[in-house]
Write a protein that binds this ligand. Structure first.
Ligand code: ZN
Length: 245
């Protein structure tokens, strides 16, 4: 068999597809939370239909703004320039199942409308400078609605003025304790066992060989286990300078 231009072209295409698949596989997926509620569930439901199911919140409107952009189910932008991260909840990241449904739900209730914020008095902003708050739509708690609808998981990160468990149903999923919305993933969570040869610290974002002295000082709740160095790197962890994993 001679290698023709066609063969070379085929190989090139396969190579490009493989690269694409790899980049999707390693894309950031947050805590890995997903749900399979179809976006069609809300297509024929109006915002007022949804709001009428819920009772008024006892959260207080401390400031208001018009929602100009819905980034995803738990992040919105206001015309005041404020970026708001809905406190106590976590919705699927872009590229994860359920992302569209959760985002569309928030768009339906918020986009181009005036919303209220009850800012978390215990922690005003997250590490990206986004305001941590309950978003209040027509007197209703949007964070609570996302949990009760199954569109978000509970992400309780003390210190917080709010206790999201009180908004949720008994079967609402809970984000694992070390999910800091940037470095962990479900694959790491599910491999919580001492068999991992690399150990990450969900708090510092560093990872170590399991024999590193830092690992013995790490609290159990912050440990994330990886079976390979690549796995840790792919999830955004940086190598410890002492043990050089
Ligand atoms: Zn180390």
């Amino acid at each position: 068999m001679t290698i023709t231009k066609k063969h070379v072209l085929c190989l090139a295409i396969i190579f490009i597809l493989a690269l694409g698949a790899m980049s999707i596989a390693s894309a950031y997926t947050g805590t890995g939370f997903s749900h399979n509620i179809p976006s069609s569930k809300y297509s024929d439901v109006s915002a007022s239909d949804i709001l009428s199911k819920y009772s008024n919140t006892n959260c207080h409107v401390e400031k208001t703004g018009v929602c100009t952009k819905v980034v995803d189910g738990d992040t919105i932008y206001l015309d005041t320039g404020e970026k708001v991260r809905l406190v106590g909840v976590n919705t699927p990241e872009r590229g994860v199942e359920g992302y569209i449904t959760s985002k569309n739900f928030v768009q339906k209730l918020c986009l181009n409308k005036q919303v209220g914020l009850d800012v978390d008095d215990s922690k005003h902003t997250d590490r990206y400078g986004r305001t941590l708050a309950v978003v209040i739509v027509d007197g209703k708690n949007l964070n609570e609605m996302l949990l009760k609808e199954g569109l978000a998981e509970i992400m309780y990160m003390p210190p917080s003025e709010f206790y999201p468990y009180s908004w949720a149903n008994s079967d609402t999923p809970v984000a694992s304790s070390h999910s800091s919305s940037s470095t962990s993933s479900s694959s790491a969570d599910s491999s919580h066992s001492s068999s991992g040869s690399y150990v990450g610290n969900a708090n510092s974002g560093k990872f170590h060989v399991s024999s590193c002295s830092s690992v013995s000082k790490m609290s159990e709740g912050n440990k994330v286990f990886f079976s390979s160095r690549d796995e840790a790197i792919n999830q955004g962890y940086v190598p410890c300078k002492r043990c050089n994993p």
